[in-house]
Each structure stands twice: as structure tokens, then as C-alpha cells.
Ligand binder design. Structure first.
Ligand SMILES: *Cc1c(COP(=O)(O)O)cnc(C)c1O
Length: 483
């Protein structure tokens, strides 16, 4: 159904070359300067013609998959199409060749961009102050938890627990634990939303914070959020917003309005930056007035028409990132928001419409837990039929040239398939995805063996996921040891 580049590309080390580099050619007087143990006798450097190298890397690039190739419905990750104007901007020589140690007076334009983004994020999040420093969503969570910690230290309150729902993204409990808190997990209700009774029994004067995302990881809006905020605040604890799902509410409501005290933004998700495989990203955090003085430094401020870096926050947790954060991502987010202007709200509208359109098409074929309207994403129950599991559906999608959705997350849905089409996909593209999903559903009935054996049409067939993490092979030299 889809054309897909399929190569059996050797490593460049395995390609035939002339191998004309010899250490003998090097002046011996230079060699004697190098400590003996650092001299490699046999330097295995690939040696190919320029055109061979270009073709090799071009073919490799075509084995890659990204939002520029096709639909990328990876739930929770918000893999929207990234407009090219922001790439052009971030690759301008003025950006690439500026140095973070330059004097403030020579980078006023960059400081202005950072200041404006701080202001825009304050407005979008309903927060009073923003720091752009953290390098990712998870890093923002960790920064937020350090702020929570310091806040209670300054207040002389001994609070050691952070509550998370069982639907949470794994980074939430991990960030809380890394900041030194004990994590208390509470079960969700049947419909996937926060169980107020469970929350009530978990809350105590040991509670430092409750971390949630809204819409939650099932794509459902926490309709009791105002009540939740009240319960948390009545116990003297803070409410943390995981901003990864901002694409489902942006322009319609704000975490600040819902009662959250701290939040992070995933700039690379909501405001478009090519991301995946661990980066690049930016996870600015926003806080309400009472936490302002705890933010990491520096914050960009404006005095008349001059911009400057302020390091003088009273209770600052210090620095969490070298210099000023991931500037290229900050710049892209700024450009994205400026370009959208007042139509930023339409991003959310379209994201929600797209998700619900797909949900409506697919729920006849796959089980959808709960009947509520979803926001920007939805989670289907996968199947267990013969040898077929959700993992096989994901692999079969690759045969049709489509990236699989997120699978086995959130943990509260059996064999979960978490689908987030994002606003940038057209109806045509959504229909294609739906048709392939429906076709796979039929194949599960008519030809389960074929599905269990997928993928068949990819350059690399089924890999051993467990071995891949137990026996890490990060380079060709390490691989050779196993061969
Ligand atoms: C992506 C994500 C995170 C973590 O953000 P990163 O930028 O990947 O570190 C946290 N929570 C949720 C719900 C997410 O989807």
C-alpha cells in the first residue's frame, strides 16, 4: 500500500575501499610524542571515494522514518509536522556562531526572543513566572520537584511524599524519586481519571506535591480538576502540571486557571521541534507567584528597552543547565507561536478533532475503554488472539510504511495502543492510517501467522527488544566482539 525504501546497507566499515592509510606514512618523530598506550597499531578507518560515502549516507537517510516521511501517530509524544521556517531561522549564521559567553549588550536580540517566550508561556500556562532553562520535559519535572523541595525547606515543613496516579508517564515518579521524595501511587477510576477517594486517603501533612497531566494519558480531561486542586491545597501541598498534553487544551484553558502551582512545557512537542530518540528538547517551567523566587537562574528581564540576565532570585535552586537552556529549541518555539498568533487555539481545535475522528473510525474494530470524548489522543485496547499481541500490530504497521503508535502505555490499559494524530495531519492522511489499522484487524482474523511474523517488508526484521537493552552494542567495534 505504501512505497518504502528498503536496503540491505552494509556499515561503512564493511564496504570495500582502498585502505591506503598506514601509520608508517606518519613522521616517526610525531609518533614518539604520543604516549605508547594511545597509539593504535591498526587504524580501521573506512577509505572510500567521495561518491561512495555520499551514496552510503543518502541510502541510510532513506532508511530513517520521521514526520517528514509519513504519519507519526506516537501517542503522548506529539509528533506534529515541524514547519521548515523554524529550521531556517535556527540555522542562520547569527544563531549558529553566537557564543553563550558573549556580553549581554551584543545579544540583545536573542535576549528579547527569550524574554518574549517567557511572557508568551506565562500567558499560555496562566503562570506568573517562567524559566527557560530545563532541557526536556523530564528535566522540567525534576526542576519542579527541586523547587517543591526547597519551598518546604524554607518554610520549615517536613514533607517527604509526592503522589502520582497510576496512569502517569514514567518520568513523573522518576523525577520525584530523583529529587529525593517517596513516591505514592494512587489507582485511577474505571474511566481513567483521578479517584478522589484514593487521593483523599493518600493526602497527608507528609504530602509535598501531587503530579498530574490534564488531559490525562488516556486523552481524557480531568473534569474534577478544580476539586482536586482544592483538596491538595487544603493539605498545604502543591499541584504540579505535566505539560506534555498541552496540545489538548491550549487556548481553551490554562493550568494556572485550573489551580496548578508549577508546570513544565514540552516546547519540542507543543510548539514543534523535530524530536525523538532523546532530543533535542526544552522543558521550561512556569510557577505561580509564591514560587517565583525559587526558579533556576538566570531569568531574562527587561529594563526600559534593554534586556538583561537576572541571577538575583532570593531562594533560587541554582542552575539546572549550562548557560540559558537549549536556545535553538527556544527560538523555534518562539517562531512557532509568533507565526500562529491568535490562531494558536486552532492547533488544539484541530488536534482534538483529528483524534476524535480517528477514534470514531477505529472504535468499531478495536476496543475503546470508556465512551467520553477525547482530547488530542486516545488509547485503544489491543488484542490477544493466538500469537498476536499489540506488539505484532505495531510491527505490522511498519510493513505498511507507517510508524506505530505508542504501545503498552499507559499501564492501566491492557495491551494499550496510544494514538495521537496531531493537528497537522489531513483527513486524507487520517483515513489512510485508519484503513491500514482496519486492514490489520481483518488480517488478525484471516491470517494471524503473517501478523505474528511481522515486520516482513522492512530492512531489519523483528528485533529482540530484551537483548537490545541487556547487551548494548553501541559501536561497530563492540559488535565485532560478538560476531
Ligand atoms: C513526553 C512526556 C514526558 C517527558 O517529556 P520529555 O520531554 O520527553 O522528557 C512527560 N510526561 C508525558 C505525559 C509525556 O508525554
Amino acid at each position: 500500500m505504501y512505497r518504502q525504501a528498503r536496503y540491505d546497507e552494509p556499515l561503512i566499515f564493511e564496504m570495500e575501499g582502498e585502505n591506503t592509510y598506514y601509520l608508517d606514512d606518519v613522521d616517526n618523530s610525531i609518533l614518539s610524542e604520543i604516549p605508547r598506550e594511545l597509539v593504535r597499531e591498526n587504524i580501521e578507518i573506512p577509505d572510500n571515494e567521495e561518491y561512495e560515502v555520499v551514496r552510503h549516507y543518502t541510502r541510510l537517510s532513506q532508511m530513517n522514518y520521521g514526520v517528514d516521511t509519513n504519519t507519526y501517530p506516537l501517542g503522548s509524544c506529539t509528533m506534529k509536522y515541524n514547519p521548515k521556517y523554524s529550521e531556517i531561522l535556527s540555522k542562520k549564521p547569527e544563531v549558529m556562531y553566537s557564543h553563550p559567553l558573549q556580553h549581554e549588550s551584543t545579544v540583545q536580540g536573542f535576549l528579547q526572543i527569550m524574554y518574549e517566550l517567557q511572557e508568551m508561556l506565562k500567558e499560555i500556562g496562566g503562570m506568573d513566572s517562567v524559566s527557560l532553562q530545563p532541557a526536556a520535559g523530564a528535566h522540567g519535572e525534576f526542576t519542579g520537584m527541586l523547587i517543591v523541595k526547597k519551598y518546604f525547606e524554607v518554610r520549615n515543613e517536613d514533607r517527604s511524599e509526592v503522589i502520582v496516579p497510576d496512569s502517569a508517564h514514567g518520568t513523573n515518579p522518576a523525577s520525584a524519586a530523583m529529587a529525593g521524595f517517596d513516591v505514592v501511587e494512587i489507582p485511577s477510576k474505571e474511566d481513567g481519571t483521578v479517584d478522589l477517594n484514593a487521593l483523599s486517603s493518600a493526602l497527608s501533612d507528609r504530602t509535598a506535591a501531587f503530579m498530574i497531566t490534564n488531559p490525562n494519558t488516556l486523552g481524557i480531561f480531568e473534569y474534577e480538576i478544580v476539586k482536586i486542586a482544592k483538596m491538595v491545597h487544603e493539605k498545604g501541598a502543591l499541584l504540579y502540571y505535566d505539560g506534555a498534553n498541552l496540545n489538548g487544551i491550549m487556548g481553551y484553558t490554562k493550568p494556572g486557571v485550573m489551580g496548578f502551582d508549577i508546570m513544565h512545557f514540552n516546547l519540542h512537542k507543543t510548539f514543534a521541534t523535530p524530536h525523538g530518540g532523546g532530543g533535542p528538547g526544552a522543558g521550561p517551567i512556569g510557577v505561580k507567584k509564591h514560587l517565583e523566587d525559587f526558579l533556576p537562574v538566570p531569568i531574562v528581564r527587561k529594563d526600559g528597552d534593554k534586556y538583561y540576565l537576572d541571577y538575583s532570585l532570593k531562594h533560587t535552586i541554582g542552575k539546572v543547565r549550562s548557560f540559558y537552556g537549549n536556545f535553538a529549541v527556544i527560538l523555534k518555539a518562539w517562531a512557532y507561536i509568533k507565526q500562529k498568533g491568535s490562531s494558536l487555539k486552532e492547533v488544539t481545535e484541530r488536534a482534538v478533532l483529528n483524534a476524535n475522528y480517528l477514534r470514531a473510525r477505529l472504535q468499531k474494530y478495536y476496543k475503546l475503554p470508556g465512551k467520553e470524548l477525547r482530547k488530542h489522543e486516545f488509547v485503544l485496547e489491543g488484542l490477544r488472539k493466538g500469537n498476536v499481541r499489540t506488539i505484532n500490530i505495531a510491527k505490522r504497521l511498519l510493513d505498511y510504511g507507517i510508524h506505530a503508535p505508542t504501545i503498552y502505555f499507559p499501564l492501566i490499559v491492557k495491551e494499550a495502543l496510544m494514538i495521537e494524530p496531531t493537528e497537522t495531519e489531513s483527513k486524507r492522511s487520517l483515513d489512510k492510517f485508519a484503513e491500514v489499522m482496519i486492514k490489520i484487524r481483518e488480517e488478525i482474523e484471516s491470517n494471524p501467522d503473517e501478523i505474528a511474523d511481522a515486520p516482513r517488508n522492512t530492512s531489519v526484521r523483528r528485533v529482540n527488544d530484551v537483548l537490545a537493552s541487556k547487551k548494548v552494542i553501541p559501536s561497530w567495534r563492540v559488535a565485532k566482539r560478538y560476531l
